[in-house]
Design a protein around this ligand. Structure first.
Ligand code: ASP
Length: 340
């Protein structure tokens, strides 16, 4: 997976990865960008946005853009927190969660789904082809296969190895910010979701959110990411929000819905995200100190912002002016565990 440290190293070495050298790390400002625009969580959002942009720049629909965009990290064999190469649960089963929401308030979701590499596309099919919002477990897999998707084994040899290592201690302790932790010995037991929000040239908003959830979670555990209102929410009159981090705390506060409602009341995207983070701190101050949760939001005008519990959160922005913008999120606490 691409991360900032790797980027600096590559740039210094004059690496030939021209695309990486174009990344711009910017200060977080609420920018009223021209539409269309797409934003998404974490550094891997840069590549995902790029894919989404192909649809947006042609005047395509935001819904198509977000589905295509998040399929990039879902397919990335180096990404162990989203899609096919995601780490398994404590029983060695890769279970995926995703949801999608369009400008009409339609939504679809799958949770704890096994053996299908692109949960976001199944979530969209749930939205478009069924009278339901959410399918889980075997039912979701069965539906995906009926819709023509390939049933495949998702546990990669690398994920299997990590799971075997984890089994030696079998300690469930999520570590913050995979991008800071990934190179540490034993620091791979992690989480991170792609949440993406796009506004198309007609001004319509859609969002998508997809994850393999917390690595080595209990079998059957579902986080915030596939839950409409928690991991993602879109209201075409107001804006959209998405979240990443320890899903239990996001669910407790119906985080993404809260952010959108706060924007409806007039808060800027960043202030709305900050308020949602503060709710988590207020309700569970002891837990809040130890975990990461980040919110990312965009309003109808295309202003965006983010806020996280801990340092280390980042998000990517792509519009006609800036294709590779990577923004470090503001945070409530310093991540004391960050690489020293
Ligand atoms: N929110 C995800 C979950 O709780 C994980 C993450 O974003 O890091 O499953």
């Amino acid at each position: 997976m691409f991360n900032r440290r790797k980027f600096i190293k590559l740039s210094a070495a004059g690496a030939s990865l021209a695309t990486l050298s174009k990344y711009v790390v910017a200060k977080p400002l609420p920018v009223a960008g021209k539409l269309p625009i797409v934003i998404s969580t974490w550094d891997f959002g840069v590549a995902a946005n790029k894919e989404a942009w192909k649809t947006l720049e042609k005047g395509g629909r935001a819904l198509d853009a977000v589905e295509a965009g998040v399929r990039i990290p879902e397919a990335d064999m180096k990404n162990h927190t989203v899609g096919r190469a995601g780490y398994p649960d404590r029983d060695g089963r890769v279970t995926l969660d995703a949801c999608i929401m369009d400008e009409f308030g339609n939504c679809g979701s799958v949770a704890a789904m096994e053996n299908i590499a692109h949960p976001i596309s199944v979530a969209r099919l749930v939205m478009e082809k069924t009278p339901h919002v959410m399918l889980v477990g075997d039912g979701a897999t069965q539906f995906a296969v009926e819709q023509g998707m390939k049933r495949e084994k998702l546990l990669t040899p690398e994920s299997y190895k990590e799971w075997q290592k984890w089994l030696r201690k079998a300690e469930y302790s999520p570590v913050m910010n995979i991008e800071n932790q990934q190179k540490r010995p034993g620091g791979k037991y992690n989480h991170d979701t792609i949440g993406m929000l796009a506004i198309d040239s007609k001004g319509n908003i859609s969002g998508a959110c997809t994850t393999s959830g917390m690595a080595f979670k209990m079998h059957g555990r579902v986080g915030d990411s596939p839950i409409i209102g928690a991991g993602l929410y879109v209201d075409n009159e107001v804006g959209g929000a998405t979240s990443t981090g320890v899903g239990e705390e996001v669910i407790r506060n119906v985080g993404s819905f809260l952010v959108v409602e706060l924007m409806r009341q007039g808060l800027s995207p960043e202030d709305a995200c900050r308020e949602a983070v503060n709710r988590i701190i207020k309700k569970k101050p002891e837990i809040a100190k130890k975990i990461q949760v980040g919110f990312l939001a965009i309003n109808k005008k295309g202003e965006y912002g983010a806020y996280a519990l801990q340092e280390g959160f980042s998000y990517a922005v792509c519009d006609a002016k800036q294709q590779d913008l990577l923004i470090p999120g503001k945070s409530a606490y310093k991540d004391e565990k960050k690489d020293k």
